[in-house]
Design a protein around this ligand. Structure first.
Ligand code: FDA
Length: 394
């Protein structure tokens, strides 16, 4: 049978695209390498899937072209996906910062997507999902895409690349999308790990001693600031604020941490005035954990009572606490990265349909594209929105 479309990858983007196209009466074949569909959905959000962010907009995404995501995100919004969730009676809650999670299990999202695929039949379409597929060859001849998987040849008018990025290779993630992109002459923005813990060496290595300690900080890299928790680990820095800035961080760059983001200028001199017998460590302990307060006050070298410390030293300590520059020596790499930044260059694609401008019938959606969301449901929203845009055009 010749399909209208073959979708490579039954992840978030692939399944949603198949369901949407099927419900428009299209005949779709989905080829998935893993034994089961939606594996990353199942482990996402600690098993509860942070399926969207209610505030998702273009400003929450990184891309060489920051305007590219606008069209797809406006065609299919977080509210649209939430309506779908509610139509399945899937109970959800907002955890923080607009992040929406299932009350029960991420399995509900995969089940919903598969049920959406089945609904294709009501519209005269069809969706077939084949797992355990080894795609060995993809050809484009006479306006038809020919895909060989498990030794069997499948044909379709359109081909959708939805095989994600190489983050978490242990789960079977690969750079297959990029291999296909190169085959079809599409440029690639160098992929790099994003939403990933950063590693510390050199002077900063001492902070590893407080592994397990976290603090509500403001973390900044390359002009972008996030106010969330940071966590010291035995390898370096993690926690939501660090994962967020890691997407902006480049090798050799710094991550600036404000340990006391709610304190206004001059607070430490004020503390000297009000509590001259107190130590810096004791003052810091009012806001930070014991171990963090200890290491910070040691490193700042203010060991005397505040009343005996020169104003100049206190001003310097305050400034350093407001901007403590760490220079990570690397990241924990694709092995620990929640997503891949970079990917198939958006200049190759139509932002309205995700179709390759110079290869008719070839579409790229989801994480394979050079559009990377912040932590907090934004990446799934991109998967849904880009899939929806492509499905309307198939
Ligand atoms: P995805 O990776 O989901 O799917 C690609 C599919 O293609 C996979 O099923 C893969 O097996 C298949 N494939 C690969 N190569 C193939 C080949 N050669 N042939 C056929 N099939 C192939 N995001 C978010 O918004 N909220 C969250 O809570 C989380 N949580 C989270 C936790 C963890 C641990 C990770 C690693 C990631 C997240 N994410 C997230 C990110 C989110 O999972 C990710 O952005 C989306 O899954 C991307 O959807 P895609 O469909 O593009 O790729």
């Amino acid at each position: 049978m010749a399909y209208d479309a073959i979708i490579l990858g039954a992840g978030a983007a692939g399944l949603f695209c198949a369901a949407q196209a099927g419900q428009r009466g299209k005949h779709v074949l989905v080829l998935e390498r893993a034994p089961t569909p939606g594996k990353k959905i199942l482990i996402s959000g600690g098993g509860r899937c942070n399926f969207t962010n209610i505030g998702a907009g273009p400003a929450n995404y990184l891309s060489a072209n920051p305007h590219f995501a606008k069209s797809a995100l406006s065609q299919y919004t977080a509210r649209d996906f939430l309506d779908l969730i509610e139509s399945y009676d899937i109970a959800w809650h907002e955890k923080t910062l607009g992040q929406l999670f299932c009350d029960q299990s991420a399995r509900q999202i995969v089940a919903m997507l598969l049920e959406e695929c089945d609904k294709a039949q009501e519209a005269g379409g069809s969706v077939e999902v084949l797992c355990d597929q080894d795609v060995t060859e993809v050809e484009h001849t006479d306006g038809c895409y020919l895909v060989t998987a498990n030794g069997k040849l499948h044909g379709a008018h359109s081909l959708v690349i939805a095989t994600g990025g190489p983050s978490i290779p242990k789960m079977g993630a690969t750079g297959f999308a990029y291999d296909l992109a190169r085959q079809f002459g599409l440029k690639i923005v160098e992929p790099r790990p994003a939403l990933v813990p950063l590693t510390l060496g050199g002077e900063d290595v001492l902070f590893r001693d407080i592994s397990g300690v976290s603090a509500d900080v403001e973390a900044k890299s390359d002009k972008t600031t996030f106010r969330e928790a940071a966590l010291f680990t035995h390898r370096g820095l993690s926690g939501p604020s660090i994962l967020q800035v890691s997407s902006y961080w480049r090798n050799g760059g710094t991550v600036a941490i404000n340990f006391l983001p709610d304190h206004s200028d001059g607070w430490l001199l004020g503390a000297k005035r009000d509590h001259p017998r107190s130590s810096l460590k004791a003052i810091l302990k009012e806001h930070l954990s014991d171990r963090l307060a200890t290491i910070l006050s040691e490193k700042l070298g203010v060991q005397t009572e505040l009343g005996n410390a020169p104003d100049k030293a206190l001003r310097a300590a305050e400034a350093k606490l407001a901007r403590w520059d760490f220079t990570p020596n690397g990241s924990e790499g694709f092995a620990k990265a929640e997503v891949t930044a970079g990917g198939i260059d958006t200049s190759e694609l139509s932002s309205k349909t995700m179709e390759a401008k110079n290869v008719p019938g070839l579409y790229v959606i989801g994480e394979a594209v050079d559009v990377t969301g912040w932590l907090g449901g934004y990446n799934f929203q991109w998967a849904w929105a880009s899939a929806h845009a492509a499905a309307r055009a198939l």
